[in-house]
Design a protein around this ligand. Structure first.
Ligand code: FAD
Length: 465
């Protein structure tokens, strides 16, 4: 039948944006339905953050098993059973988490609808299930349809030309892997496969890999890639991939010189595009910007007042924690709470070797904003825990105002930077000054002590420098 089933709040997509929005909206007393055409958990849990970190972790274990001579540990016949690695990643990591999220949705009485949503207008949508379509009317909608890999000219995805999803699903470690695009996704997977034994070449169009991070941070990653034998070709324009019987030839150009390289696989990670093109948004009256992203206000409200958008389909960094943060704001806004997004303490992390993590402003960005600031940089080499981990590469840098020491940003390169950055995010969020951190007792020995040391440096009272 074509009568519309009435819904209260409908969430489209179950990634870190959608599932969090659904749970929070339910907690706020809304009756919530979530529509998902693929797997619960979206990109992040199924083919993004989580499986990539699992492979990165496996790569570290493999390397450590082979190279722990420094600690007096040697091992013979270290074997990598990659089928087992993949089985662990899929069944013990990804499945555990996605089942967990499904359980959380059910616990919060969120109805799960399997199918593809398409707007008819601002109050109705159709959901195409596997066999039938059904029309629904709704009071409010939160769109969290995420993004997908960009395919570039000459690199049609196939058996040997793969995107990050294909890169995560390989059944063998390639002998030779070419990665086109040295952003954080490409660099993370390049590092993982290099650690798992692949000979890796990164082709990057700009003069540097991961150009969104500062030079003195990237340096540690490029040095580490060099140590692993990873080749980085910068200012390299990828031209074409030609699949051969048992591999692929990648043609590219560097400063006008044509080059080519043979590999088992070429993985293209040059960026992602928002899933806003096949949703019927124009029928609902939801406006997009010139990049195909949904324009939203500070609550995530689109140009249509009962429709919200969050995550990779709205402007800003395409990161899971941003999606989840916006999810909570949108769900609460629908319930009438006075909320608004504030990204000033939003971290960004690259899980490379070593990890790079940033939050807030760099020194240059703060100065551009007219702030009178200074940077205080404490090296990991001065930290006992880092030394005992044999991981002294990197630093913690705090950016603080000169006059009162207010924390406005931080950059960390080094082991566990992804965790150490959290404390600084909290400090920025709470409007703290360097003295607050310096007066906080940090457990010894810990990597987090480097944040205290950098704060003492900002105060002009460094103990360990
Ligand atoms: P998604 O997670 O993309 O979810 C969207 C969901 O909507 C999908 O499940 C899709 O099937 C569904 N959908 C789409 N259209 C429809 C429709 N019409 N009807 C019904 N359902 C629909 N971010 C980090 O913060 N940290 C990391 O370490 C990290 N690592 C990454 C590694 C890789 C390899 C990749 C690719 C990404 C990584 N990201 C990471 C980015 C992160 O995955 C995304 O920012 C995040 O998943 C965005 O969440 P989302 O909820 O906006 O959308």
């Amino acid at each position: 039948g074509d009568f519309a089933i009435e819904l209260d709040t409908v969430v489209i997509g179950s990634g870190p944006g959608g599932y969090v929005a659904a749970i929070r909206a339910a907690q706020m007393g809304q009756k919530v339905t979530i529509v998902e055409k693929g797997n619960i958990g979206g990109v992040c849990l199924n083919v993004g953050c989580i499986p990539s970190k699992a492979l990165i972790s496996a790569g570290h274990h493999y390397q450590d098993a082979m190279h722990s001579e420094t600690f007096g540990v040697t091992a013979e016949n270290v074997v990598l059973d990659f089928a087992k690695t993949q089985e662990w990643k899929d069944n013990k990591v990804v499945k555990t988490l996605t089942k967990g999220v499904e359980g959380l949705l059910k616990k919060n009485k969120v109805e799960i609808l399997r199918g593809e949503a398409y707007f008819n207008d601002e109050h109705t949508m159709r959901v195409m299930g596997e066999t039938a379509a059904q029309t629904y009317s709704f009071n409010n909608a939160i769109i969290a349809t995420g993004s997908r890999p960009i395919e570039i000219k000459g690199f049609k995805f196939g058996k040997r030309v793969i995107d990050s999803t294909g890169g995560l699903a390989l059944s063998e470690v390639p002998k030779k892997l070419v990665v086109v695009g040295g952003g954080y996704i490409g660099s993370e997977l390049a590092g993982a496969y290099a650690n798992l034994g692949a000979e890796v070449t990164i082709l990057e169009g700009s003069p540097s890999i991961m150009p969104t991070f500062e030079k003195d941070m990237i340096k540690f990653v490029t040095n580490n890639f060099a140590k692993k034998g990873v080749t980085i070709e910068t200012s390299a324009m990828a031209k074409e991939a030609v699949e051969t019987e048992d591999g692929v030839t990648v043609k590219y150009e560097v400063n006008g010189t044509e080059k080519s390289i043979d590999a088992d696989y070429v993985m293209v990670t040059v960026g992602r595009r928002p899933n806003t093109d096949e949703l019927g948004l124009e029928q609902a009256g939801v406006e997009l910007n010139d990049r195909g992203l949904v324009t939203v206000d500070e609550q995530g409200r689109t140009s249509v007042k009962n429709i919200f958008a969050i995550g990779d389909i709205v402007p800003g960094a395409a990161l899971a924690h941003k999606a989840s943060y916006e999810a909570k704001v949108a769900a609460e806004a629908i319930s009438g709470k006075k909320v608004a997004v504030d990204y000033k303490a939003m971290p960004a992390v690259a899980f490379t070797d070593p990890e790079l993590a940033v939050v807030g402003l760099t020194l240059a960005e703060a100065k551009e904003k007219g702030l009178d600031v200074k940077a205080s940089k404490f090296p990991l080499a001065g930290n006992g825990r880092a030394l005992s981990l044999n991981a002294t590469e990197g630093f913690v840098r705090l950016v603080t105002t000169k006059e009162d020491g207010v924390l406005v940003g931080a950059q960390i390169a080094g082991v566990s930077a992804s965790d150490v950055i959290a404390e600084i995010g909290l400090a920025i969020e709470a409007g703290m000054v360097a003295e607050d951190i310096a007066l906080t007792i940090h457990a010894h020995p810990s990597l987090a002590e480097t944040v205290m040391d950098a704060s003492e440096l900002a105060l002009g009272l460094p103990i360990h420098m």
